[in-house]
Design a protein around this ligand. Structure first.
Ligand SMILES: [Zn+2]
Length: 396
């Protein structure tokens, strides 16, 4: 694959410049580097969304409301999300992911940690996501969330096999995905841990998002889902645990000791009424995700601060900033953004708006416009595919 041409961004209004070569930040731009001046702008690191679902990218186009309204988290899953994911086909998935990634880039989000499920189309689904990410130019960690909730052990095996198919590239890395402790057997969890070890990667799984996950693990004889995952060797160091709303403070501390990442998704937690994740403040390795909400990380962070304040939680640290270290672990680069050796993922803001976005040294948004694809065409196709999705959901 051709290396990205060298680029010199800046100077910005503070006189700061950042040089990029071979996709990374370098001390000095090589001769012949392209220039991206921004005298009125401000250079910053691209934002990281540490947990999301690209397949939900069409929700914005009028997803039908449930009537009667669901009573609890499991009902939301069963009546909405698990029907939506079964109704996905290749065209719908491509449209959803494309719309999601385009809006993420326009919002200055340069890296996405995705967790994918499309039970009616497991094989090949990650290739669609990989193509979309490569074409539009976003950095991503991809996995299929193995589950047994539709087709038993065979479905779990196919989900894990799909995770093996992600081809690493300068923008992409594969993870091993598991939906959640409560929808998989011991065998699938053991296999997920073994596969992550074999591939030199980590597991990405929903943990204790709702009390239902905790109750299920207890019914199986464990103190909770974290202990179940650990006792089945399903969590290599560096694994990514989404939510953790119902982990105890001791469990959250142990996540730090084991070098797991916890991902707080404040807007989703509030929307699903699963509770405020107060105990996450017991760990340092906590990043910020959107769980399928638009990857506008400034909006997610505002919601985090608002919810923290309303719950009297004054211990929230820089969860948005922590996403850089999470991504750097998977790419083997320097954890602090914009330092020499860090990923070349840079945003220029001007007057509070995203002006330029550069991912791995490639300019993907210039003067506030997506330049790697046609945004109006993406949105028009999104609307068409969304209408198909709502019709298909009625039959799943
Ligand atoms: Zn999620």
């Amino acid at each position: 694959m051709a290396l990205t041409p060298a680029l010199l961004i800046g100077p910005d209004r503070h006189g700061r410049s950042v040089a990029l070569a071979d996709g990374l930040v370098v001390a000095m731009a090589p001769p012949g580097a392209a220039l991206l001046p921004c005298p009125a702008g401000e250079i910053a690191a691209g934002a990281v969304c540490a947990h999301t679902h690209l397949y939900s990218g069409l929700v914005r186009y009028g997803m039908p409301q449930l009537t009667p309204a669901p009573d609890n988290f499991l009902e939301i899953l069963e009546r909405l999300w698990w029907r939506l994911d079964r109704a996905l086909d290749a065209e719908i998935l491509r449209a959803a992911a494309t719309d999601y990634v385009a809006r993420a880039l326009l919002a200055g989000t340069t890296a996405l940690v995705d967790h994918h499920e499309s039970p009616s189309m497991i094989e090949g689904s990650l290739e669609i996501l990989a193509e979309v990410c490569q074409q539009l130019g976003v950095r991503a960690l991809l996995c299929y969330g193995a589950t047994e909730r539709n087709g038993g052990a065979e479905e779990g095996r196919r989900g894990l096999a799909e995770c093996r198919r992600v081809q690493p590239s300068p923008l992409l890395r594969g993870l091993v995905g598991v939906h959640a402790s409560f929808t998989v057997s011991d065998e699938t969890l053991r296999a997920a841990g073994r596969q992550a070890f074999d591939l030199g990667t980590v597991v990405h799984v929903h943990v204790a998002e709702d009390t239902a996950d905790v109750a299920d693990a207890r019914a199986r004889g464990y103190p909770g889902p974290l202990e179940r995952l650990e006792s089945l060797d399903a969590l290599p160091r560096g694994s990514i645990l989404a939510h953790g709303v119902h982990l105890t403070r001791d469990e959250v501390r142990r996540c730090d000791e084991q070098a797991y990442w916890l991902v707080h998704n404040p807007r989703s937690n509030e929307g699903n009424r699963v509770g405020y994740a107060a105990n996450l403040s017991a760990a340092d390795r906590v990043a910020l995700g959107t769980d399928g909400w638009t990857a506008d990380m400034m909006a997610e962070q505002e919601e985090l601060f608002r919810l923290a304040a309303s719950h009297g939680d004054d211990t929230v640290t820089d969860r948005l900033g922590n996403g850089h270290a999470l991504i750097a672990e998977r790419f083997g680069t320097k954890p602090r953004p914009l330092e020499v050796g860090a990923l070349g993922d840079v945003v220029v803001r001007q007057d509070g708006l995203v002006k330029h976005v550069v991912v791995g040294g490639r300019v993907v948004v210039a003067d506030g416009r997506l330049i790697t694809s046609d945004f109006e065409g993406i949105a028009a196709d999104g609307e068409i595919q969304a209408a198909r999705l709502w019709r298909r959901m009625a039959n799943f």
